[in-house]
Design a protein around this ligand. Structure first.
Ligand code: HEM
Length: 120
């Protein structure tokens, strides 16, 4: 099973870029382009989950890897909710805060766990 984290890293980096692009398109009022970017972004959500799952399978679903994966899914959920609220014109301050905290936690857990890069 997968032990190489490159594919997983590629998928979440692309997703975060698409997320920022979708947010700025929304801000510019370009609803059609936002929809298209959001559809591609959703494909990348699936790719993040599949590549993460392959890594998780390799760790036998052990505690901290499972926690890392759950927080990862939380990050995806926060991106989706943030875009939905913003497109409806609802306030996004709280969910933006949640997104940033979850992202920091998942990056810390990811880069401190044994597979791939170990920065912390
Ligand atoms: C936007 C969401 C996500 C981000 C930003 C993210 C980030 C990361 C990072 C930074 C790493 C470490 C890579 C390395 O050390 O080379 C990693 C590894 C990993 N990710 Fe994710 N991830 C996300 C979503 C997910 C999801 C949804 C799952 C599970 C379904 C998952 C499961 C894993 C697993 C099992 C590892 C290996 C941990 C280890 O043993 O080192 N991730 N991820």
């Amino acid at each position: 099973m997968a032990t190489n984290t490159h594919a997983h890293i590629t998928t979440w980096v692309v997703a975060i870029i698409l997320f920022v692009v979708a947010l700025s398109l929304l801000k510019a009022g370009n609803a059609k382009a936002t929809k298209i970017v959001q559809m591609v972004l959703r494909v990348f959500y699936i790719l993040i989950i599949v590549t993460g799952w392959l890594l998780l399978h390799n760790t036998n679903y052990s505690g901290e890897h499972l926690l890392k994966s759950i927080v990862g899914i939380g990050v995806i959920g926060a991106m989706e909710v943030l875009l939905a609220r913003k497109s409806k014109g609802k306030p996004t301050g709280a969910i933006l805060g949640i997104f940033i905290v979850l992202l920091i936690v998942v990056l810390y857990l990811g880069f401190s766990l044994p597979l791939g890069i170990e920065w912390f």
